[in-house]
Design a protein around this ligand. Structure first.
Ligand SMILES: Nc1nc2c(ncn2[C@@H]2O[C@H](COP(=O)(O)OP(=O)(O)OP(=O)(O)O)[C@@H](O)[C@H]2O)c(=O)[nH]1
Ligand SMILES: [Mg+2]
Length: 214
């Protein structure tokens, strides 16, 4: 199953992909506690040799371990650099493999969104719900993309991210601001989440699984 994540710059796409992949991988193959000592030993060795220990899907093993026993908080867990072009990460749950494309949100990367959304099983559009100034642009970009005939029928999940911030708008306000009720030819869902505090992420995983199993 291929999923494309889009949205304006700074919305939190890369942050979400990072926590989502850790969450999905952990549910499937948690690292046994006894391996923590091995990881620590490897980390010391890695820091000397500047190599990183990774699982087959390239998710750093230290990052996964940090979610089980917070011995090694990932250095970049609270900040992220803007994506240039795209990232791709494969995550697996049971027999389902999800290939997630995370596209850069800056204006110069938006023309490539349509190409990367063609033929995917689902599109995830992420919005910073604490940045109301950017909402009109987010709406314009979303509607412009959804009007492309090549993307007809592809289910859309709109995620209002950064629900941990005090000045956020509600999901109902997001639905109105983005005029989601006028988007046709597909199923549209909208949730509020926080990639930072990992709020409501299981709903996102369940939504993805629903479409992966069709
Ligand atoms: N408070 C808060 N900050 C968040 C959340 N998710 C992401 N951020 C922060 O928002 C900033 C941008 O996050 P990114 O994941 O890089 O955003 P992006 O959508 O990938 O941005 P581009 O790659 O430029 O398109 C970073 O400083 C993150 O730490 C969240 O749920 N809450
Ligand atoms: Mg990014």
């Amino acid at each position: 199953m291929d999923v494309t994540m889009i949205g304006l710059e700074n919305a939190g796409k890369t942050s979400l992909l990072r926590v989502l992949s850790v969450r999905i991988c952990i549910l499937e193959r948690a690292i046994p506690y006894q391996t923590i000592a091995n990881i620590r030993a490897h980390r010391e060795e890695s820091s000397r040799s500047s190599k990183r220990l990774t699982l087959p899907d390239d998710t750093p093993i230290l990052q996964q371990a940090a979610q089980i026993v917070p011995l090694f908080p990932p250095a970049d867990s609270s900040s992220s650099i803007p994506t240039v072009g795209f990232n791709m990460k494969r995550v697996q749950r049971g027999h389902v493999t999800i290939k997630c494309w995370d596209l850069g949100g800056q204006p110069r990367f938006r023309p490539m969104w349509e190409r990367y959304c063609r033929g995917v099983s689902a599109i995830v559009f992420i919005v910073d719900i604490a940045d109301v100034v950017k909402l009109p642009v987010a709406k314009e970009e979303l509607h412009s993309l959804m009007s492309q005939k090549t993307l007809d029928g592809i289910p859309l999940l709109v995620l209002g991210n950064k629900s941990d911030l005090p000045n956020k708008i509600s999901v109902d306000e997001l639905i109105d601001s983005l005029d989601l009720k006028t988007i046709a030819h597909r199923e549209v869902s909208c949730y509020g989440i926080s990639a930072k505090e990992e709020t409501n992420l299981e709903a996102v995983v369940q939504w993805l699984m629903k479409w992966a199993n069709r």
